[in-house]
Design a protein around this ligand. Structure first.
Ligand SMILES: [Zn+2]
Length: 317
């Protein structure tokens, strides 16, 4: 498996969030202020009748996928659309229809991690697409109820790199503070901000707010653990160890991220659940964080995992 350089790949931003979270409104404002450079939108509606594409107008090229959610029923249509965007990139830079960035607005019922998994299970796409960011919008008015009732809303939050609260003007500040505490507990690594109709809003400042009880979702909260790789660890051996670890932990591991120095260069490692994306070669840098991987998941013991890797490495040296 030859890693490609990251610059050669189509970047994908996933914009997710539960039904009614305000994905289209947020996205429209982001496009208006030029937050995305030359994007191609992929708008996914689970319903047959597509409503959302009407509001974007004609300025931004868009592909509409209606009648099946990209994480499940509409998976193959979504992967086909992504392949087409990759194919168009074989043309010269600047050619019509060529894009370096796809922005997917998911259906409200999509699990962004399942979408990432679908891409990574494809025989070709992992070598041509990089998941740049998963942004999940959270409705400040309704998220507490959704989290209590819907495991999907929790899965969406766990999959995010960035959580954007919407409608904070409609929710009491105390409730929003508890929601933020809950989100930080569910996904400690995610950056949280708030946005009201396209304008960044201040988050209520209640550092001592209690997270909401989530008794109906019995699973333990996810937490990041950091593993420092042994000096001189062989890359291919590490890959074997990592895949064994992911298999053993199954769905407990939500994300894998890190940079590893190898004879081929610095590699960026990114994985969602049990699938690790083919590594990307990064530009050289003296960042001290090289050789560290972060695993985000539940029921993991950093000491046990570090010992397991050390034992594995020792057997090879
Ligand atoms: Zn789905």
């Amino acid at each position: 498996m030859t890693p490609e350089t990251g610059a050669d790949r189509l970047k994908l931003v996933i914009v997710g969030g539960y039904l009614g979270a305000g994905k289209s409104t947020w996205l429209r404002h982001q496009l208006h202020v030029g937050a995305f450079s030359n994007p191609h939108l992929v708008i996914n509606e689970a319903a047959e009748l597509a409503v959302d594409d009407a509001i974007f107008g004609t300025d931004t090229p868009a592909t509409l996928l209606a009648g099946g959610c990209a994480c499940c029923a509409g998976r193959s249509e979504f992967l086909t659309a992504l392949r087409q965007l990759c194919d168009r990139r074989s043309g010269p830079v600047g050619a019509r229809g060529r894009t370096d960035l796809a922005v997917l607005e998911t259906s409200g019922l999509a699990d962004p991690a399942a979408i990432a998994q679908a891409i990574q299970s494809d025989p070709m796409l992992p070598f041509h697409v990089t998941l740049a960011e998963t942004i999940v919008l959270v409705d400040a008015q309704n998220a507490a109820a959704q989290l209590a009732a819907e495991p999907l809303s929790r899965a969406q939050i766990e999959a995010a790199d960035r959580l954007v609260l919407t409608k904070t003007d409609l929710a009491p500040a105390g409730d929003t503070a508890r929601l933020i505490a809950t989100l930080s507990r569910l996904n400690p690594g995610a950056v949280i901000s708030a946005d009201i109709r396209g304008v960044a809003a201040t988050l209520p400042d209640h550092p001592d707010a209690d997270p909401l009880p989530l008794a109906d979702n019995a699973a333990a909260p996810i937490a990041p653990i950091q593993i420092t790789l042994p000096e001189g660890l062989d890359w291919s051996a590490f890959a074997v160890w990592l895949s064994a670890l992911l298999t053993a932990h199954g769905d407990d591991i939500v994300r894998v991220k890190g940079t590893v120095r190898t004879p081929a260069g610095r590699l960026l490692l990114q994985g969602i659940r049990t699938h690790v994306q083919p590594p990307e070669i990064l530009p050289a840098s003296d960042l001290a964080r090289d050789g560290t991987i972060v695993l985000i998941g539940r029921n993991m013991d950093a000491h046990r995992i570090t010992r397991s890797l050390a034992r594995f490495a020792a057997r090879l040296l």
